[in-house]
Design a binder for this molecule. Structure first.
Ligand SMILES: Cc1ncc(COP(=O)(O)O)c(C=O)c1O
Length: 395
C-alpha cells in the first residue's frame, strides 16, 4: 500500500505521499463519528443506521447486568487498577473472575490480559524465541502474526486450513525441538472455521505446542458459548472479551503451571497495568450470563438469522466464501466497488463496512457483515433487500 520510497516516517513528504497514495488507491482509512444507541443501532456521521459492522455478536454491550456490575465494581474498587498486578497486587475480585472463566471453559486455570491484541503479542513471545519454529495459518489475525514476528521465531505460514501443507511444513522442520502451531478458530475476515481436533492431532503426533485464538467463537459457539477450541487439547486457548462477551480484554486458559509460567514471562501481563475494575465487572457479569437460558436462546436466534442471511446471499448468486458463522463476507472484488456498495448501504441506513487490502488480498475486497443476537427478522430482511440492490446497481 505504501509508495515505493525509502521509509522515513519522520519526513512530512513521506507521510503526505503515503496518504495521497492510499487515497488514490481507495485504500485510505478514516475515522467516522459514531454514537452507539443499542447493539442494533448507531448514529454514524449523523445518520441513524442498523449496525452490521460490530463484533458485539451476543448484543451484550447494552445488557443491564454488564452495565450494572461495571458500575458496582467501579464503586468498590475505583476507576483504574493503578499498576501491573505484579506490582500493586491483584484485586481479589479479579482472582474470582479468573476462577469463573476457568470453570466456564473447563480449564485448570485462566489468566486475564489487556486485550486480544495485547494477549497475542505477549503470550507468543513468552512461548517461542529465536530457536523455535511457528506454523501459522495464512489467514491468522494480524495480532497473532505480530506476536510471531516479535518472538523472533522462524515463522512459517501454511496454506489456509490445509492440514496436508501443515504436516509437510512440520516434517521439513522435524528436528527443531520447539514447534508451535497457531491458528484462529473462526477467521475474522472470512467467517470460516478451523478444525481444532485435526490441529490437536497433528500437534500431538508431531510434539508441537498448540495455541488457538478463539476470539470470534467465544460467547457464540460451544457449550455455554465457551468457544470452539475447548474440546481440543490445545495447550493455550486465547479468547477475547471484546466481541461476543460485550466488553473488553482477553484471557488465556491453560494449565496451572502454564499460568504461573506466563505470570513470569508474558510481557504484556508483567509490564502493563491491569484492566480497570469497571471492565472486569462487566466481564464477570458476562461470564455468569453465558450459562443462562437467556443466552442459549440468543445463540439460537443469532444462528437462525445467519442461516436466513447466508441462504439469501447464495440464492442471489453472491459469494460468501467459506463462511459458516455469524461473520458473513460478501465478496465483491475491487476496493472501489466495495466502497461504493458500502456507501450505497449507508445511504439506506445500513452500516456495513468495506474491508479492503491489505486486510484482505487484492481483488477480494468485501462487505463484511457481522450479525448479532439482537437483530430482528425485519432487520435481516431489510439488509438482504438493500445489499442485493446495492450489488445489482454495480452490474
Ligand atoms: C482472531 C482475533 N484475535 C485477536 C483480536 C484482537 O482482539 P482485541 O480486539 O480484543 O484486541 C482480533 C480482533 O479483531 C481477532 O479477530
Amino acid at each position: 500500500m505504501a509508495p515505493k520510497k525509502q521509509l522515513n516516517p519522520l519526513s512530512p513528504e513521506f507521510v503526505h505521499d503515503f496518504l495521497a497514495h492510499a487515497e488514490a488507491s481507495n485504500l485510505k482509512r478514516t475515522l467516522r463519528r459514531m454514537t452507539p444507541l443499542s447493539p442494533r443501532k448507531v448514529i454514524c456521521d449523523g445518520r441513524k443506521c442498523l449496525n452490521f459492522s460490530s463484533n458485539d455478536y451476543m448484543g451484550l454491550t447494552f445488557h443491564p447486568a454488564l452495565k450494572e456490575t461495571a458500575i458496582e465494581w467501579i464503586g468498590r474498587y475505583g476507576s483504574g487498577s493503578g499498576a501491573s498486578r505484579l506490582v500493586s497486587g491483584t484485586i481479589d475480585a479479579y482472582l474470582e473472575l479468573e476462577h469463573e472463566i476457568a470453570e466456564w471453559k473447563h480449564s485448570e486455570a485462566a489468566i486475564v490480559l489487556g486485550s486480544g491484541y495485547m494477549a497475542n503479542v505477549g503470550l507468543i513471545p513468552a512461548l517461542a524465541d529465536r530457536k523455535a519454529v511457528i506454523f501459522a495459518d495464512k489467514l491468522n489475525h494480524a495480532s497473532l502474526n505480530a506476536g510471531c514476528q516479535l518472538s523472533g521465531a522462524r515463522f512459517i505460514r501454511y496454506q489456509h486450513n490445509d492440514m496436508e501443507h501443515l504436516r509437510k511444513m512440520i516434517a521439513l522442520n522435524a528436528d527443531n525441538p520447539v514447534k508451535i502451531i497457531i491458528s484462529d478458530t473462526v477467521f475474522s475476515m472470512d467467517g470460516d472455521i478451523a478444525d481444532p481436533e485435526a490441529l490437536a492431532r497433528i500437534a500431538h503426533d508431531n510434539d508441537c505446542l498448540l495455541y488457538l485464538d478463539d476470539a470470534h467463537a467465544t460467547g457464540v459457539f460451544g457449550e455455554h458459548g465457551s468457544g470452539l477450541a475447548e474440546s481440543s487439547s490445545a495447550h493455550i486457548i486465547m479468547s477475547t472479551f471484546s466481541k461476543g462477551m460485550g466488553a473488553y480484554g482477553a484471557c488465556a486458559v491453560c494449565s496451572d503451571e502454564m499460568k504461573n509460567y506466563l505470570i513470569n514471562r508474558c510481557g504484556s501481563f508483567i509490564y502493563s497495568t491491569a484492566l480497570p475494575p469497571g471492565v472486569c465487572g462487566s466481564l464477570y457479569a458476562a461470564v455468569k450470563l453465558m450459562r443462562t437460558e437467556e443466552m442459549a436462546e440468543a445463540r439460537r436466534r443469532l444462528l437462525a438469522n445467519v442461516d436466513v442471511f447466508r441462504n439469501a446471499m447464495h440464492a442471489a448468486g453472491l459469494d460468501t466464501g467459506g463462511s459458516s458463522t455469524q461473520i458473513v463476507p460478501v465478496i465483491i472484488g475491487s476496493a472501489d466497488k466495495a466502497l461504493r456498495i458500502s456507501s450505497r448501504l449507508f445511504n439506506d441506513g445500513i452500516l456495513a463496512v468495506a474491508i479492503r487490502p491489505p486486510t484482505v488480498p487484492v481483488g477480494k475486497a468485501r462487505i463484511r457483515i457481522s450479525l448479532n443476537a439482537c437483530h430482528t427478522t425485519e432487520d435481516i430482511a431489510f439488509l438482504i433487500e438493500k445489499l442485493i440492490a446495492a450489488v445489482r446497481a454495480e452490474d
